[in-house]
Structures are given as C-alpha cells and as structure tokens.
Design a protein around this ligand. Structure first.
Ligand code: BES
Ligand code: MN
Ligand code: ZN
Length: 496
C-alpha cells in the first residue's frame, strides 16, 4: 500500500483548528448539497475558491470526477482535492464509496500527511451508511499489491480526519475498517500467483484466520474425501501434484440457531486440465479461487465484527492441471451425493469441486446454502464485468443477496432457473453432464451445482467470472483482483 490512513473523526463545530493544520482538504461534492460549504466555517479564501471552482467547472459533480488545485492560505500551500458524487437523488452511498477511492489515490499523489475530508451527506446524525461507504472506499481505493516488487517502499502515513456529525462515528469507522481490511485480505490471496498459493496454502491461510478470530476449523485431505466419496472434487485434483483441501470454518455467533453456509470455489490455478485453455489470458486463472477467497475474507470479518449469526464457510480447493493422472473427457465419476457425473469438459471443473462441497454443507446441517464461484466465461458475455450473475431455487434468498450487494456497491442480476434448463445438463450415460455447451452457460453451470444441494434447502449460486478481476483502476476498484463478493457476503450475514 502506498499510503496508509490513520482515520479520525471530528464534528463540524470543532473542525476549524483541523483545517488550519491540514496540508490537504478533500471535498466529496454532490450538487444538491453544495450549499453546505457555507456551514463549514472554512477559512474565507478557501470557501471563496471552492465557489469559484464550482462555477467554472460545472462537471465537478460528475461521479468520481476528480479536480485537484492548490491554494495559498495564511502563508502556506493547501491542496484541495474535489471529487464529484452526483446530482440530487443519484447521490447514493456507493457514489461516495467510489469518490472516496479516487480521493485516496489523489491523497497519495499529493503526498498528504495531514488531511481533512468533508462530505455534505454525513453532517447529519443518521447518515452512518454514508460514513461507512466513505471509509470503505478510502481504504479499498488506496490498495496496491506490491508483495513481489523488490523496490516496494513503506507506505506513507497520512492522518485523515473525517468531518462529520454521525453519532457513534468511531464505531462506524472501526467497522468499515474491518470490512475493507477483509476485502483487502481477499484481494491479496487472489492476486497471489499459483506457484505461491495452492490448496495447502489456502489451508494455511484459513488456519491463520481461524486462530486469529477463535473460529473452529476442519480440514479434509484426500483420505477423508475418499472416505466420504467426494470423487468429483478428487477427480479435478488428480491431474496436479498439489493435494486438494476441503476447508470448513465454523462461526458461532447466534447460540443454537441453525447454520447457513457460504461455499466458495477454490481452484488455485485453472489450466483447463486435458481440455486445456488457450494460453492467451490463462495467467488470469490464478484468481480462480476468488469464491473461496471471498468466503474466507467474509468469515474473517463476520467473526471480528461478532455478527449475530451461525455460519459455515466452506472452501473447496484444488488445482486443475493436465498431469499424467489427470481426469479425461468422457470419464464418469460418482459424487458424494451418489449422483454420477459425465465429464465432457475438464475445464468445467468449478461445478465439480462445488458439487461435493454444497453436498457437504447439507451433510453438516446447513439450512441455507450460497455458493460463489468464478464459474463461467459465459457470465462475461451475458452481464459484462460490473455485474455478477445469480441462479437459485429461492427468490427470497436471491433478493437478499441483491439487497446486500446494494449496500456493498456490488451489482447482481438474477438469471432464470427454468425447469427446461435442467434438461440440458441431464447426462447420456451418467446422471448429469458437467458441460451443456454455450447456450445459457451461466444457468446450466448454476443448475448443475444446485443438483447437489440437499433436497428442500434454499440455495443460490453467484457467478463472479466477470467481476473477479479488473482491467483498470476505477473508484474503489483497483486493477487486478477485486475481491468482488466479500463485502456482499459480510453484509448479508445475519440477514438471511
Ligand atoms: N474458471 C473458468 C471460468 C472463467 C473463464 C472465469 C474466464 C473468468 C474468465 C471455469 O472453470 C471454466 O473454465 N468454465 C468454462 C465452462 C465450460 C467448459 C462449460 C467456460 O466458461 O468456458
Ligand atoms: Mn475451468
Ligand atoms: Zn475454473
């Protein structure tokens, strides 16, 4: 990380001395609320300059548009960073999350050491969700992955005071920090290349989280998988020298209430196996464990925030390689559920490792199951790179995910689970086939997984194939692995 914020909170009435000390002032501006500038007790020439800038640059309110100026005030240079948050009703918390991400990088560029952040919407006591979004945006937007840069420097410290009127502001800031740090935890895992992170590495990461948070953990290796008949997961792993791991974290925050389960696809590298992928872009498949990373990051936050829920976090981890012992197209394997799978394409491995994992969730007594996976390239064609797809058997559960996504600034769109689509995955010689071709690829992939969920349980599948990696930096998203999904799973816990 290039800049590290020490976050503080101050009320508007006490803020004048802070302005006088700050080398940088950050304004998150929304058009409707620009009049608040008059109430901030800003030094006269700064508020005058702000009014002039607003007059001269009407586009200054455009979401995540950034303007940087310097001004001389009382014999010193002050940086003004202005980031737009939209106009009127558009001005939702997620605009502030994006704008704060942009502001974080601008603070890094001007090498701010002591800064004040001002935003109109958080001057009211009830606006905690805006403050929460701003803090998440700041920390996520400042992210950079430099573990492998031999010349990486220590991050520069910046004292950043957020001027606000929120009751309990320090608690809100603390919670948002835990959420952002957990998303960053996921991003770091996902950005780690396949040679440094295999399923055993996932186990070590999960054990560390369990130890730090006091969660229970159970880890299954090949022997335990064989005993349980998890041949779908084993089949994917058999082409690699790296052993598979099925990792279960157990968080108890609601007494003897039933458990729900988050289940993540943890393919630490997906070469496609014998149905090998084209080499162009194959390097991106180091992030094919994002679903498992999301679940681990979310479980970390859920435990640290002591959320009131009982949750299982299941990480189904393997490496998909074309080694001498790899599974072949045409192979038929019997999953732990008893259903047989015809392997038409060894590159459709995610649904196989999830088949045994969602079955295991039911076996452990989960009442609701949500799986999350970089499952298909088809989701990119269907929904692009901003929106994740959802397929499920329970519209209420799907709606709850979409709602949590709104709070997290993560977009979802439900695809239909028509009974007709189930025909496409019916096997010719086995019960199910793992690939039904290109038509409706997101739906058939999801429904395949759903076929292994214990009868009667509400279930939803999230396909993050398009959203797990970003090709450019924008708002609170930084180029590379995004950790998309972690924040939604955190905000959803306790709501389902
Ligand atoms: N991990 C990939 C999906 C993927 C591809 C995500 C590209 C993001 C970018 C998955 O394992 C896969 O290979 N899916 C196949 C399924 C097909 C063989 C039915 C796909 O989407 O091509
Ligand atoms: Mn694949
Ligand atoms: Zn994959």
């Amino acid at each position: 990380m290039s800049i590290k914020f020490n976050l503080n909170s101050i009320s508007r009435d006490n803020s004048q001395t802070k302005y006088a000390e700050a080398d940088t002032l950050v304004f998150l501006l929304c058009q409707e609320c620009k009049d608040y500038l008059g109430n901030l007790n800003l030094p006269a020439n700064i508020s005058q300059a702000m009014n002039l800038y607003i007059e001269k640059y009407p586009e200054i309110f455009d979401v995540a548009d950034k303007h940087c100026f310097t001004i001389v005030d009382a014999g010193r240079i002050v940086n003004l960073i202005i980031v737009g948050c939209g106009k009127g009703k558009e001005c939702k918390p997620n605009n502030f999350r994006k704008a704060a991400g942009v502001a974080a990088r601008a603070l890094n560029t001007v090498e701010a050491k002591s800064a004040c952040l001002l935003a109109p919407v958080i001057s009211k006591a009830t606006r905690a969700h805006y403050l929460n979004a701003i803090v998440e945006g700041l920390l996520l937007g400042a992210y950079s992955y430099d573990k492998y840069k031999s010349d990486a420097k220590e991050p520069k410290a910046c004292d950043l005071t957020i001027v606000n009127g929120v009751d309990d502001s320090l608690k809100v800031i603390e919670e948002a920090k835990v959420v952002a740090e957990s998303v960053i935890f996921t991003r770091n895992l996902c950005n780690t290349p396949g040679n440094d992170l295999n399923p055993v590495g996932m186990e070590l990461a999960a054990r560390k989280v369990a130890e730090e948070t006091g969660m229970e953990i159970e880890v299954l290796g090949p022997k335990e998988m064989q005993e349980l008949g998890m041949n779908a997961l084993l089949a994917v792993a058999q082409g690699s020298k790296a052993e598979p791991r099925l990792i279960v974290l157990k968080y108890n925050g609601a007494g003897d209430a039933p458990y729900n389960a988050y289940v993540g696809k943890g393919i630490t590298f997906d070469s496609g196996g014998i149905s090998i992928k084209p080499s162009d872009g194959m390097e991106e498949m180091k992030d094919d464990m994002t679903g498992a990373g999301d679940v681990l990051g979310a479980m970390r936050a859920i435990a640290l925030l002591k959320k009131q829920c009982n949750m299982l976090g299941i990480l189904s981890c393997a490496e998909n390689m074309p080694g001498g012992n790899a599974q072949r197209p045409g192979d038929i394997v019997k999953s732990a559920s008893g259903k047989t799978i015809e392997v038409l394409n060894t590159d459709a491995e995610g649904r196989m490792v999830l088949a045994d994992a969602v079955w295991y969730a039911g076996h452990l007594g989960a009442q609701k199951v949500i799986d999350i996976a970089t499952l298909t390239g088809a989701v990119i064609i269907a929904l692009g790179t901003e929106t994740s797809g959802i397929v499920g058997n329970n519209d209420e559960l799907v709606a709850q995910i979409i709602q949590a996504g709104k709070l997290a600034g993560e977009n979802y769109w439900q695809l239909p689970s028509l009974p007709e689509c189930k025909k496409a995955i019916k096997g010719d010689v086995g019960d199910l086939k793992n690939s039904a071709g290109r038509a409706g690829g997101v739906i058939t992939g999801g429904l395949f997984i759903g076929a292994f969920v214990k009868e009667g349980l509400p279930w939803a599948h999230i396909d993050i194939g398009g959203t797990s990696t970003a090709t450019s930096t924008d708002g609170f998203i930084v180029k590379g692995c995004t950790g998309f999904g972690t924040m939604t799973l955190i905000k959803l816990a306790g709501e389902i």
